[in-house]
Design a binder for this molecule. Sequence first.
Ligand SMILES: [Zn+2]
Length: 714
Amino acid sequence: MMNQPKRYLITAALPYANGLKHIGHLAGAYLPADIYVRYLRARQRDVLFICGSDEHGTAIPIQAMKEGTTPRAIIDKYHERIKENFADLGISFDIYHRTSEPIHHETAQEFFTYLNSRGELEVKETEQYYDEEAKTFLADRYIVGTCPVCANPRAYGDQCENCGSSLSPEMLIEPHSTLSGKPPVKRATRHWYLPLNKHEEFLREWILAGHKDDWRANVVGQCRSWIDGGLQPRAVTRDLDWGVKVPLAEAEGKVLYVWFDAPIGYVSATRQWSVDSGKDWKPYWYDKDTKLVHFIGKDNIVFHCIIFPVMLKLHGNILPDNVPANEFMNLEGDKMSTSRNWKLDMQDYIDDFMRKDNGGPQLADSLRYYLTTIAPETKDSEFTWKGFQNANNSELVSKFGNFVNRTFVLMHKLCGGKVPPLHAGALDVADREMIAALGSLPGKVSGLLEEFRFREALFEVIMLSDLANKYMQKKEPWIVVRTLAANPENQQLIDNCLHICLQVTANLAILINPFLPFTAKKMLHLMKVVDKMLDWENAGKMKLLSVGYSLRAPELLFRQIEDAEVKAQLEKLKAASAARDAGPETAAGKAGQQDGQAGSGPAPVKEEIVYDDFARLDLRVGTILNAEKVEKADKLLKLTVDLGFEQRTIVSGIAMHFKPAEIIGRQVVVVANLAPRKMRGIESNGMILMAEDGAGKLYFVGPDQKVGAGSGVS
Ligand SMILES: [Zn+2]
């Protein structure tokens, strides 16, 4: 790096406090940010690491409605859980704040007032949808109607979750309010807009010219397509009551749009940190000598590269120096998705791998390791349980862990548990090469870290342990020891090998620390040295451990991940996803078979729901037009079902109960608004309702007389 900044302000995207976060989130923003921050701290740089919960937006009140509780209860619950999950996995924020705090509301309002009073915002009157019965304007999400693209009758005013089309409420056929069920009416309302179109030249100059070389190509590319597509004024206010109130008398009933208030959350968190620490926050946001870096996933690029920088510029703040956005991480061949239950939450990993009796906090590093080796830095990547096991067992355990362990075992066996001396006269080529490799590595690793190339940086560190293993293998001190009776001077060869291996071990602790902090800590304990040794300036040095110093007995750094664990996780993933998507006809069948409960009486009634929960289901009568067996799947039938307005392909787990020919023409009840799901490579668009008796026999559910296909069921 050319000029070293005076201080660093590192932010990681504020997670939405409406649910647990999965490892795709962790790998996308929080882990790389943490590695970078830990590295900067080891370099004694002035660095502040900011994050917190994004607690506003329409999704939170909707989530509250779904869970039959209040928005406050939702954010309180998820804020605490997410915060703990991050801490357990070693993400070392200096503050994990919340946008529901008064200091955030003040900060966001001040931002708005500053921009508005300087004429940087535009006011426009527009027509927006209004619910006359609920007496409120309706956010796009609160309006539901039929998708003009795929005819899904439950498309939202902003998006159809069936076909993925981006929509606006105007595009919906027969739109109605989710609050009252009535068709919404248009009503005039005034909103404040950020005229992004006025800042195109600035953005072009700043990003497309100024950062074309030091920002990731995917980030610059996305910015270019946004800017070239023509920027539009963007509303910064909306008619809603959950959020930061617009600080103007004439804006009663309006709040700041969540995209406007959320990034200001970085500023308010810095202010709260200042209150807590007694240190000045202003230089972090105003002094040009501050390097601001936003760590985000690619879905956040427009906010952090286009919109927030315009706000910062207008407000007189510094601009981000870099926005190393990551691509997405998939899971076992499919996109991670909370709604489809195809995911691994941080909480799940912590529960399954980090119990005290099962690896403890140390196992956080196994996950950190694997996620970094497959970091989606330049393209989408994929988490597989087999890959996790391999990375842990054949890299962490057999390269890094094995080298450290052998060094400790041999040092105790051949050198009396003390750091042996280095005999300069007895050094051979292999010794010198090992010392040289050690000396040149830190510069290489820090160069990669400074360029946000975490995957390669970690690879270099692991390769050092691999090299050291080979060095030890070549020197064979366990063989040399047998020659001591005849050649006592050979003790010098043993001393040199183990002296070098011990100094390499101390160096490995420094180099691995940003990536695997729990491991570094454990290594310090084994070497009986203080945290200070982890200063990056010590990396590459040969005198980290003093001659004659006695070290602790060896302890394994990592544990193996067993085949049974991998199998259990794969089954868990499939079961959770099937329970959510395939519905009762397979989930109930499965549970019955596994628990041997067929014939053991009716299942208990599930937890109570409110009418709205039920109303979310779109049930339709459909006619089975065709049925065929799915290759290599004993239980599945591929059905073509006529829903009146369209024909659907639905994969159903009923093949053990019905022959295809006997069900063609039958009328069935279909869950029409179930998110599509791939089963054996076939996209299934909906689910057929089935009754199941105590013996596990399935029966179709349908109208008792023929009715028109597509008829609603309620
Ligand atoms: Zn659609």
